[in-house]
Design a protein around this ligand. Structure first.
Ligand code: NAP
Length: 298
């Protein structure tokens, strides 16, 4: 990690709720910097760095995992009523700990539809989808929690094992054209790196509680998919027009096409000085493909 020295997280213990795609990646980066990181899962995992947490079950994580915890990060989405799964089950426990920092992964869906305009943290949240309304409720619960909270608003997350390549290989990719429609995205390595970079700025005078983490280049799905095919040396199928594609999409997939926004990273990258690892999808996809090739060789 360019900006942070080895061992810079020594003696720090992170409890990460939601050891999914981002949670696991962030935990690994913390370990590389000398920190300890435990991740939760709803099912028993056979390793010493994982613990069980399911907000819908009656059992809570074992007490010993909280011993010496300095940092907490939640990567778990809201429950169906808009309650935060971690706060609703573990708020008292978290309050009893001497935490230096608490992070929460949110989404840029809270901004709603900006009809392709750039959106910054200063713009009001105007969620359109019910899931984004629930997300905003969770953000507010964290802000009201009196914990040392920092919220990261994320657009579409991709990275090794979760990119257009996997969809192409699985033959479940849909190439859809919708005029003027763009999506913002972020490589998971930049989520981890930006969060850890910001950790060392929590005491700065320009500390910000809500920060977008997005790359520099929102663009259409077709452009990204076309580039992926090109990197694989394959020809992209003809795009389907959005109106024709509607009937092929699930309600949840369709809902993503109802919003069109360009997420600004100006606060993170200009004001706070973070340098993106992957400034755009081309850089991010190149790195994903290198990992796929290495795995195929191994
Ligand atoms: N994917 C995106 O493009 C995107 C974009 C913006 C924001 N986000 C948000 O960013 C966060 C991280 O995203 P991600 O894609 O890395 O997540 P992910 O891979 O889907 O992982 C979600 C994690 O939450 C855990 N979880 C879900 N419901 C739970 C419950 N009721 N009790 C306990 N644990 C529960 C899952 O447990 P198991 O491991 O047991 O399944 C999993 O570890 C999420 O809040 C997501 O909604 C995602």
């Amino acid at each position: 990690m360019e900006n942070l020295a080895r061992d810079s997280l020594k003696k720090k213990k992170f409890i990460i709720f939601g050891g999914g795609f981002s949670g696991k990646f962030i935990a690994n980066e913390i370990r590389k910097l000398g920190g300890e990181a435990l991740t939760s899962s709803r099912q028993i995992q056979n390793n010493s760095t994982s613990f069980i947490f399911d907000s819908l079950s009656s059992s809570l994580p074992p007490k010993q995992i909280f011993e010496g915890a300095t940092h907490v990060l939640s990567c778990i989405p809201p429950d169906k009523d808009g309650k935060d799964p971690v706060l609703s089950r573990l708020y008292t426990k978290l309050k009893s700990l001497d935490l230096e920092w608490v992070g929460y992964l949110s989404t840029t869906g809270v901004y709603g539809n900006t009809f392709g305009k750039w959106v910054t943290e200063k713009d009001p949240a105007k969620p359109l989808q019910d899931r984004s309304k629930r997300r905003l409720l969770c953000e507010r619960s964290w802000l009201d929690s009196n914990l040392p909270i920092q919220i990261f608003r994320l657009p579409g997350i991709y990275g090794p094992g979760r990119s257009t390549f996997e969809s192409i290989f699985k033959k479940n990719i849909k190439v859809i054209h919708k005029t003027n429609q763009v999506f913002s995205r972020i490589h998971v390595a930049d989520i981890a790196s930006a969060i850890l970079y910001l950790l060392f700025k929590v005491n700065d005078e320009n500390f910000k509680q809500i920060i977008n983490i997005a790359d520099n280049y929102p663009t259409s799905q077709v452009e990204v998919i076309e580039h992926s095919y090109k990197l694989l040396g394959l020809k992209m199928p003809e795009p389907i027009n959005f109106d024709d594609a509607k009937k092929l999409l699930s309600p949840i997939a369709l809902s993503f096409w109802e919003e069109n926004r360009r997420v600004s990273n100006s606060l993170l990258c200009k004001d706070l000085g973070y340098k993106l690892i992957h400034k755009d999808y081309k850089s991010g996809l190149k790195s994903c493909l290198e990992i796929i090739k290495q795995k195929n060789l191994g």
